[in-house]
Design a protein around this ligand. Structure first.
Ligand code: PFF
Length: 426
């Protein structure tokens, strides 16, 4: 059985999973659109009351049974293995389009290194997005095939400190820009009237789960490699702190740049791949900043992709008995197939379904509805079907803390997730 070499590398791997594309362009964009500073209230509440307790539960279950996700569901209830496979499928589908965007970040890193300013419309009307998607799939597969110690640990030990170093350097630089104040104004000025809108709360809860990689079995899988003496609640707080920090710093950097260069604080892909490159093109030493920014984005995306891959690699290895190499190879081939339509939807083929690009459809279907449904399944299976002792034994929380985590995971999380899933489907 594989084990992390230390608690530090486990924390780095979990931070690697949490900090990703979601922090660097999804978070600033959602905050800007949903009431600025006021949005931080539902977001922090969702993180503290829902995501963190489920994170603690996942890690406790992972370490307690030391099993892959599917086997863990099977241990919660004999007929639940199929539900475990369903969660694996949702993770795989999210990974398939996440790797397309990872490919874009790699492409832009290469373009910045070469000094070739490629516009997003030129890039997305070529076949390059497909090529860079395939490279990202392959890189993720190779790292997963090397295993927990030789693959995941080595990559996160090097990339996560690097991610925070770059983020810190970019933040210090952005504070010196004239657009810092108006940028912060746009990013954080609270508009409390937004708090009366249910969709703002739904967005906050969805983003909290997505950003912390909770409810997908990542922390059950990573937790299964954890040593017995590691403090789980403290680890959860450290991971959460660094995830929040990354999101806040990214918001500061992004909006300072946008406002300094008089650009549109537009949404999504537009912002990272077309607005910011324009800012880099206008500033002194822009090429250096561009390389740093896309290296940051690529590293963050890759370490998140690896965690989703590991959920599936561990499940296939554990349930079928094949080697890690074979499980990884199988998943690489599968992902190349499943992700191809998303990759092609932002390429010269412009693949669409009823007028919408496949990648955008994947993001609203599996990326939001699928994720909250999967978190609902995880919360119910591991809170309603197993005894309270597991949580008590693995976490060593005080009685009051334990009852808080226990009640939140048992009632508040399923109710909140059920409401969101239904609201989003409607
Ligand atoms: N937390 C990652 C991000 O913010 O980009 C995305 C993610 C990783 C979601 C792993 C789900 C997951 F299982």
């Amino acid at each position: 059985m594989e084990r992390w070499s230390s608690r530090l590398v486990f924390i780095l791997a979990a931070i690697g999973s949490a900090v990703g594309i979601g922090n660097i362009w999804r978070f600033p964009m959602i905050v800007g659109q949903n009431g600025g500073g006021a949005y931080l209230i539902p977001y922090f509440l969702a993180v503290v009351c829902l995501a963190v307790p489920l994170m603690i539960l996942e890690m406790a279950v992972g370490r307690h049974w030391r099993s892959n996700l599917v086997a863990s569901f099977g241990l919660a209830g004999r007929k639940l293995e199929a539900v475990g496979w369903l969660v694996c499928l949702i993770v795989l589908l999210i990974l398939s389009y996440y790797l397309v965007i990872t490919g874009w970040t790699l492409a832009y890193l290469v373009f910045s290194l070469l000094g070739s300013g490629v516009s997003f419309s030129a890039f997305s009307s070529s076949l390059q997005p497909v090529i860079f998607f395939m490279i990202s799939v392959l890189v993720t597969g190779v790292i997963a095939s090397l295993g927990v110690n030789m693959g995941i640990e080595r990559i996160v030990s090097f990339m996560i400190p690097f991610v925070f170093l770059i983020l810190l350097a970019l933040t210090l630089f952005s504070i010196s820009l004239p657009g810092f104040r108006p940028g912060m104004d746009f990013f954080l000025r609270p508009d409390y009237s937004m708090l009366s809108r249910p969709e703002v709360w739904i967005a906050a809860i969805g983003q909290a789960f997505f950003s912390l990689s909770v409810g997908m079995g990542v922390l059950i899988t990573y937790g299964s490699y954890l040593k017995t003496d590691a403090d789980i609640p403290q680890s959860a707080l450290i991971i959460t702190f660094f995830d929040l920090l990354a999101s806040m710093l990214a918001g500061m950097v992004v909006f300072s740049l946008v406002f300094t260069f008089g650009l549109e604080p537009a949404a999504g892909a537009e912002l990272a791949f077309s607005t910011l490159p324009r800012a880099f093109g206008l500033m002194p030493y822009g090429r250096v900043f561009s390389v740093l920014f896309f290296a940051l984005l690529f590293s963050a995306a890759l370490t998140s992709a690896i965690s989703m891959m590991e959920v599936n690699v561990a499940a296939i290895m554990g349930q079928s008995g094949v080697s890690r190499k074979r499980a990884s190879l199988f998943l690489v081939i599968l992902l190349a197939g499943i992700g191809a339509p998303s990759a092609l939807s932002y390429s010269s083929l412009d693949l669409r379904f009823y007028g919408s690009r496949i990648l955008d459809l994947m993001d609203v279907s599996v990326g939001t509805v699928g994720l909250s449904f999967s978190a609902l399944l995880v919360a119910i299976a591991f809170r309603w079907f197993i005894s309270d002792d597991v949580l008590a034994r693995e976490t060593h929380l005080s009685r009051r803390q334990l009852s808080a985590v226990s009640n939140l995971t048992k009632y508040a999380i399923p109710i909140a997730l059920l409401m969101i899933t239904v609201a989003m489907i409607m």
